[in-house]
Design a protein around this ligand. Structure first.
Ligand SMILES: Cc1ncc(COP(=O)(O)O)c(C=O)c1O
Length: 495
């Protein structure tokens, strides 16, 4: 008997209903059916009835060169991808892993940013995820970009972003990159050493320089201070050299480290920046820019914002003439992408599938079954090595069903990538249903930051592609509106 599955609901409940390609009469039927369901005895609240005006109708949007932009909750698209794969069974690569990117999440993070840090302009750190839809949405929202190379600068400029909305935030740049940056009109760039000043003086004397200082990054997953940032004691010397070379230093930047888990790091960094503003004055500069860098985390964003606001009030009480920017990366995209992977192989003890063995977990810490999935550490899961992440799988589909009964016994298992390298371990131990088999699907959330951008094709495995959704509900509609308006500005085709 077919089972009716109730998906966990969000408020408001979103129905992904394609009103564009269906006859008008379907809309009426859809409303009637939904309202019939909502009127059932256990759907008590009559206020939940849906009215024709609740249905958001928006036109299709087509951006040349980009895959289609779907609507609806990302979970629908994870499931749709699995269903599509089952229809393609037997065709080459039919079971390939895929991302689902939810642009409404990126949009929502932007609204959250504006609410919590209204006086700080975000310059999205494109290194984190240079996804073309994400960049286009952020460009449409009018935010700036932090680029680390001429490739990134060209990508952003190619989207029609003005050079004044870009900071070249790499303190150690190739001469040719500085020259090309001058040609592109990207004036703002960071430095933290004297050699860089000489290079800039030679090839781009008109640049607007930002001194990147060293701050305490010991409370972060990725410590950037190992490589960049001028210790405060060296700053007066650097500024004197800049003055001597007739360079224009306009301000100060720092980065508390990526994946910062202690908001007090920001407070300390703002205090140090204050003292560098004072050093600037002594060197004959009037700084007008403070760049508080990246390091923002989704989970602690409100606390971090409060710390920064407070620190600005303490250390920069008179800041009318100071432009404050930031370089958030992870914050905007980490949770916007999920990855669906197919179990392509399994290694299990000989009696693993016999009746009794499924209930018995010998040692919960010792994986008895090894699962192999079709993306790994050389692909999207490079975040395990480069970004110190520990992705956790959940079962997306089991034996052809999206319903995974909690009664199925779990077994300590390990999850591996597809390459022939033993380093390619995605999850050394996790509890997975004992009946999980080849052909089932595992999914991973929080896969948007520092994943796709550093994925390789090692061993001939292609990187996983993305299915895009503008998201569910009114936010999805707004995302489409931003993209549509931006495409119009750019003169892109529309349907
Ligand atoms: C210069 C610079 N700015 C911004 C970022 C983005 O950091 P996050 O993703 O932690 O916000 C990075 C990340 O490495 C960086 O190197």
């Amino acid at each position: 008997m077919p089972a009716l599955e109730i998906l966990s609901a969000r408020n408001p409940i979103d129905f992904d209903f394609d009103v564009i390609s269906c006859p008008a009469s379907y809309k009426e039927k859809f409303l009637a059916n939904i309202n019939e369901l909502l009127a059932l005895p256990n759907a008590k609240d009559n206020n939940t009835l849906v009215h024709a005006s609740d249905i958001i109708e928006d036109k299709e949007i087509t951006i040349p060169g980009l895959p289609p932009l779907h609507r609806g909750h990302p979970e629908i698209h994870l499931r749709r991808g699995v269903i599509n794969a089952s229809h393609l069974e037997g065709e080459s690569d039919s079971e390939k892993a895929f991302f689902v990117g939810d642009l409404s999440y990126v949009y929502q993070q932007h609204l959250r940013w504006k609410k919590n840090l209204p006086e700080i302009e975000p310059f999205y750190a494109i290194k984190c995820n240079p996804d073309p839809y994400v960049l286009r949405l952020l460009a449409g929202l009018g935010i700036g970009f932090d680029c680390a190379s001429i490739g990134e600068i060209n990508q952003v400029i190619g989207l029609g972003v003005e050079a004044s909305r870009i900071i070249f935030a790499n303190p150690c740049k190739a001469n040719s990159f500085i020259r090309q940056s001058a040609r592109a009109g990207v004036e703002m760039m960071t430095f933290d050493n004297t050699d860089e000043l000489y290079k800039i003086a030679r090839v781009y004397p008109g640049a607007k320089l930002v001194v990147r200082i060293l701050t305490d990054d010991s409370k972060s997953l990725c410590r950037l201070g190992l490589k960049f940032g001028a210790p405060l004691v060296t700053v007066p010397g650097l500024l004197a050299k800049a003055k001597e070379l007739k360079l224009d230093v306009i301000g100060v930047s720092f980065h508390v480290g990526s994946g910062c888990y202690d908001s007090s790091a920001f407070s300390d960094a703002v205090m140090r920046a204050r003292s560098v503003f004072d050093m600037g004055k002594e060197a004959g500069y009037q700084f007008s820019l403070l760049d508080v860098g990246g390091g923002f985390e989704d989970a602690t964003f409100e606390a971090m914002s409060a710390t920064i606001r407070e620190a600005l009030n303490v250390y920069f009480p008179d800041r009318e003439n100071i432009r404050i920017i930031a370089e958030p990366g992870r914050y905007y995209v980490a949770k916007a992408f999920s990855l669906a992977t197919n179990v392509i192989a399994r290694r299990a003890p000989p009696n693993a599938d016999s009746q009794g063995s499924q209930d018995v977990d010998m040692d919960p810490e010792q994986p008895s079954v090894m699962y192999y999935i079709n993306d790994g550490v050389y692909g999207a899961f490079n975040c395990i090595l480069f970004d110190h992440q520990t992705p956790q799988p959940y079962v997306l589909s089991l034996n052809g069903s999206f319903h995974v009964p909690s009664s199925i016994p779990k077994r300590a298992s390990s999850v591996w990538g597809p390459t022939c390298d033993s380093l390619d371990c995605v999850c050394p131990v996790t509890q997975l249903p004992s009946s999980l088999q080849v052909g089932d699907w595992l999914a991973f959330d929080n896969m948007g930051a520092y994943t796709i951008c550093a994925a390789s094709q090692f061993n001939g495995f292609q990187t996983s592609k993305t299915t895009y959704t503008s998201g569910a509900g009114y936010l999805g509609g707004e995302v489409r509106e931003v993209l549509r308006a931006y495409s119009k500005e750019e003169g892109a085709d529309e349907e």
